[in-house]
Design a protein around this ligand. Structure first.
Ligand code: GLN
Length: 306
């Protein structure tokens, strides 16, 4: 099975590598060395076995950090509290939409920017504690220390008007009391953490294993937090393409604007792809294609049993 999968991934790298994707590499991603020809995949089984193909270039995890921040918030405050602050409904809107439910004053879900900013604010009483907690959860899920891409962090901090607007919306609605600048800075720092597809596959496998890192054996999340995180990944992880994703791929997933996508098959494996050209939803073009093929070729859609 393992060598058959490696051969399969090698072939997909070849096939997708020669296709010219219909999408652009954002300037921000170029800051961390993203190139058109970058394409990589890694899969980590829940017993710790890893298969990789293509590039192992390290890139900013961007919005993939949102899923891990959410799991950390649940373990810190409990499900009931977190649910009372951030909802779990798909938005059908872009990742950075200026949206806040008018009645409940809750962000729709923790995987769009406004929900992730509010979730980040829950990670501790000070900016330092929040960023440290998020970093340590990301590193525990990956199984080793992860570097920060300083130029990405700086550039996002310099162009943070929209994220600041979201943070001020939360404050204006009475939904957040923390200082907007500090929360956004911490949130941006989480986005600028660097990882390879192998790191991300292990992080996804940590979720697939109910919160326990399959390589280190460390319990990074409670089973409840892992399950809840995977639930919102399933319904909201691919932004306004979440519906297509569920019907075409059928696995809980999360994408990042630097071109990464993670997905998990509970109790089986975590998988990550990297290809920096993005579609109009902000999701990786070739990553999405690879997931569609992989899910179909191995009948991995959660409804394939019907
Ligand atoms: N840092 C990006 C932002 O805040 C993250 C967005 C993403 O990966 N979709 O806009």
């Amino acid at each position: 099975m393992t060598s058959a999968l490696s051969t399969y991934f090698d072939r997909q790298m070849h096939v997708l590598g020669s296709a010219v994707p219909d999408g652009d590499v954002p300037d921000l991603a170029r800051l961390s060395g993203a190139r058109e020809d970058h394409l990589g995949v890694a899969l980590c089984m829940t017993d710790g076995e890893i298969m990789t193909a293509g590039t192992d270039h390290c890139f900013p995890i961007q919005s993939i950090s949102k899923a891990f921040a959410y799991g950390a918030a649940i373990d810190l405050h409990g499900l009931e509290y977190v649910n009372s602050i951030v909802d779990e409904e798909p938005t059908g809107e872009q990742f950075n939409a200026l949206s806040l439910d008018v009645w409940t004053k809750k962000p729709k879900n923790p995987l769009v920017n406004i929900g992730a900013i509010r979730t980040h604010a829950m990670l501790g009483p000070t900016q330092g504690e929040r960023t440290e907690r998020l970093r340590s959860v990301l590193e525990a899920a990956a199984g080793h220390t992860l570097a920060l891409h300083e130029a990405t962090r700086r550039e996002e901090a310099r162009t943070a008007d929209r994220n600041l607007a979201l943070a001020y919306m939360l404050r204006a609605a009475g939904s957040m009391t923390e200082e907007a600048h500090e929360v956004v800075e911490g949130y941006i720092e989480g986005c600028a953490v660097l990882a390879s597809v192998t790191d991300l596959a292990v992080m996804a496998a940590t979720l697939a294993s109910g919160g326990t890192n399959p390589l280190t054996g460390e319990e990074v999340f409670s089973r409840v937090a892992a399950r809840k995180t995977l639930s919102v990944m399933l319904t909201c992880g691919m932004y306004d393409n979440a519906g297509d994703w569920v019907s075409d791929v059928g696995l809980p997933a999360k994408s990042g604007v630097a071109g990464g996508i993670i997905a998990a098959l509970p109790s089986r494996f975590g998988i990550a792809t990297y290809a920096p050209q993005l579609d109009l939803h902000g999701n990786s073009v070739r990553g999405t294609l690879l997931f569609e093929r992989f899910s179909e070729d191995f009948a991995l859609h959660m409804l394939d049993g019907v």
